[in-house]
Design a protein around this ligand. Structure first.
Ligand code: 13P
Length: 235
């Protein structure tokens, strides 16, 4: 059974997030699936009573317990809601918010030391992809600098930047080539992300080296996300 994760990015409010989590949780109460993750906005984090395989995670946090880091949240704010899962290295934080590999590695080390489940994202921009598979794999090595790939609570997500939010999904060959190469390097669960939707999730989840999916746009309507879980739970 594949791992299925929803990244809300900058979508949903506290009240719509609570409704969404409740719908997904009700579905999971009567259906057996692998791990399901929901990453709401920081303002929508809360303590949700959920089944054991539904995990609420933070899209981001600063590597601190608390302190003077205007606009950031630390582990004090996550602990309030027993949140122990975090996304690190997402391409939007790398390319839009300007997080460097050094900052990302520092964050990784901090949350690793605290035992968080880390979904660590890597992926190449279009110009690298156009230079071929070797260039793509080499580029991703730079995104593993300072990252301990043997960390027991790690899930890796391959999200090609050019496929995120664009409607352009990587081809099955693209996904398999990269996933097979990453699997040689790291034995952790490996998710694919980038324009995954109801129409392609089943075939993507069946590809060699794919252990699940990290979904943005197509996950934002609870009923659609539930259908995605439903359509992949027998795989
Ligand atoms: P989309 O599914 O909207 O392409 O986003 C993927 C993603 O960035 C998930 O983290």
């Amino acid at each position: 059974m594949p791992i299925i994760a929803a990244n809300f990015k900058t979508n949903h409010t506290r009240s719509s997030t609570a409704k969404y989590v409740s719908l997904v949780n009700n579905y999971l109460k009567t259906n057996s699936t692998s791990d399901v993750y929901i990453f709401p906005t920081a303002t929508s984090l809360d303590y949700f009573e959920t089944v054991a395989n539904l995990h609420i995670g933070a899209q981001n946090a600063y590597a601190t317990q608390n302190g003077s880091f205007t606009g950031e949240i630390g582990t004090e704010q996550l602990d309030e809601f027993y949140i122990k899962t975090i996304l690190i290295g997402h391409s939007e934080r790398r390319h839009i918010l300007g997080e460097t590999q050094e900052m990302i590695a520092q964050k990784y080390q901090y949350f690793k030391a605290l035992g968080y489940r880390i979904i660590y994202c890597v992926g190449e921009p279009l110009e690298i992809k156009e230079s071929g598979l070797d260039a793509t794999l080499q580029y991703m090595q730079t995104q593993f600098e300072g990252i301990d790939l043997s960390y027991e609570n790690l899930v890796v997500a391959y999200e090609p930047v050019w496929a995120i939010g664009t409607g352009v999904t990587a081809t099955n060959d693209d996904i398999v080539n990269v996933h097979q190469a990453l699997k040689k390097q790291c034995s952790k669960p490996l998710l694919y992300g980038g324009s995954v939707k109801l129409g392609n999730v089943e075939s993507i989840c069946q590809l060699d080296g794919v252990d699940g999916v990290l979904i943005g746009t197509a996950s934002w309507v609870a009923e659609d996300f539930i259908k995605i879980i439903e359509n992949t739970k027998e795989l």
